[in-house]
Design a protein around this ligand. Structure first.
Ligand SMILES: Nc1ncnc2c1ncn2[C@@H]1O[C@H](COP(=O)(O)OP(=O)(O)OP(=O)(O)O)[C@@H](O)[C@H]1O
Ligand SMILES: [Mg+2]
Length: 433
């Protein structure tokens, strides 16, 4: 039997009809196969992998179109047209979402730079999407199906740097028990992503510069020169110009790396996009966690719209995934990570320590205020939780990772009636059984 020679490569325009056709080709290949040898199986697996990637891309694209269609405003129109232009030109976003002019500018530069093979330097604060943008550059160029090798320059000890980047020969240093390829060789014909380039020590900078100039490397302990053709994309959250002025980064390397320079805006400079990001990432999280997208209470939404996001999109993304995992249908502030959660309003405190009372600021008044606030937060949490699980105590106990009978006693303390309490006798029989 013959497996199709033509690989199922990602076509420039993906459509459901195109995907179904490719699935049919795979099915008929399998249907007519009298026997499959290992290379045939490998080929079929590669074809199935390519199909899966296309489905993922289509789903990202759909999510983007859906989210972008929501809440259109007049001012957003030209941004939307720019984004639409990228979509129509079959730009691969790799999940990068947003219409902020600075982000669009970065995407448009990436689009132009991608096919050229020129070095690209990406800067931006932590979590602004530098690695994602490096993948965008890779995915839109003609090396898209070649390796994308990521190196964190800040995480490699200085004495291992050369071996990590360029490889080594067996016996060249203690511990080098076999010949080993470096990252540059692995990235041959593809892209090498030099993350946290600002952390590269000066000795490493000299060696990197030589490779960028000569396009060849030498493994540690070897005289042989090996030609490498790796497209370089570097990223940093530091100000490389300033590092150059301070003598900590070589200026010649800076100019070599930054032929194309992309800057990613922090989330606080694109706050208008936060609602769209909620929707986009919320849908993505729902898909990943196989659940319905969460809704947010007004209180939570107001908090998140106002929050500073020092960790930028990564932090926003993590928060949305956390909410999607922990909340039932509706998420509220108590589902936020404890270190950013706003303090609950101390409504009952006024009753506990009325104005004008001499003891209002005394130790007893303080602990009473804390008790009242804690009771109130507990009651609100239980009421909302019970509502979200349709009144089923067992389910709420499971979600809160709490003993069921302890939860029952808390509900009793607050006088909250659950579905189970209406069938108290039956549940007691269950517990005894
Ligand atoms: N425009 C965007 N749209 C959707 N998701 C994004 C966007 N930008 C970044 N993300 C997501 O945010 C997270 C952080 O992105 P990434 O790792 O690329 O940031 P980074 O700038 O490299 O961060 P660091 O400096 O900490 O390494 C990832 O999950 C990424 O998918
Ligand atoms: Mg990164």
């Amino acid at each position: 039997m013959k497996i199709l020679d033509q690989e199922l490569e990602a076509s420039s325009t993906i459509s459901y009809a195109g995907l179904i056709e490719k699935i049919e080709i795979l099915r008929s290949t399998l249907r007519w196969a009298s026997r499959l040898e290992r290379p045939d199986i490998e080929k079929l697996l590669r074809q199935a992998g390519a199909l899966r990637d296309e489905v993922m891309q289509l789903s990202h694209k759909e999510r983007f179109v859906k989210a972008a269609a929501a809440e259109p405003t007049r001012a957003a129109l030209s941004r939307r047209q720019r984004r639409q232009g990228l979509i129509e030109r079959s730009f691969v976003f790799e999940g990068a979402f947003g219409e902020n002019p600075k982000l669009l500018e970065a995407l448009e530069i990436a689009e132009k730079a991608a096919p050229t093979g020129l070095p690209v330097l990406i800067d931006g604060e932590s979590g602004t999407g530098k690695e994602l943008m490096a993948k965008v550059v890779h995915a839109n160029g003609d090396r898209a199906d070649r390796p994308f090798i990521s190196v964190n320059c800040g995480a490699i000890p200085e004495n291992l740097l050369e071996s990590e980047l360029f490889g080594h020969r067996r016996g060249s240093f203690t511990g080098a028990s076999t010949d080993r390829k470096g990252k540059f060789e692995s990235a041959h014909t593809g892209t090498i992503f030099l993350d946290e380039i600002g952390e590269l020590p000066l000795t490493g900078q000299v060696k990197l510069l030589r490779v960028l100039e000569a396009h060849e490397i030498q493994r540690v302990g070897s005289d042989e020169l090996i030609a490498v053709d790796a497209r370089v994309v570097a990223a940093t959250n530091r100000n490389l110009r300033r590092l150059c002025e301070e003598g900590k980064f070589r200026e010649d390397l800076f100019y070599r790396l930054s032929v194309i320079h992309l800057s990613l805006p922090p989330l606080r400079e694109r706050r208008d996009e936060i609602p769209l990001l909620f929707q986009f990432i919320g849908d993505e999280a729902a898909e990943a966690l196989k659940r319905r997208p969460i809704e947010m209470t007004r209180r939570l939404r107001a908090f998140l719209l106002d929050y500073a996001y020092p960790g930028n999109i990564r932090e926003l993304r993590n928060i949305i995934y956390r909410l999607s995992c922990l909340a039932g249908q509706t998420a509220d502030v108590e589902h936020l990570p404890a270190d950013i959660r706003p303090a609950p309003p101390v409504r009952g405190a006024a009753t506990a320590a009325p104005d004008g009372d001499d003891k209002a600021v005394g130790a007893a008044a303080f602990s009473e205020a804390k008790r009242v606030a804690s009771d109130q937060a507990e009651r609100e949490f239980l009421e909302r939780g019970l509502q979200e699980v349709g009144g089923v105590v067992t389910e709420l106990a499971r979600r809160c990772d709490m003993n069921r009978s302890h939860l029952q006693s808390l509900l009793k303390k607050h006088g909250i009636r659950s579905k189970d309490s209406r069938h108290a006798n039956a549940s007691r029989r269950d517990e005894l059984a």
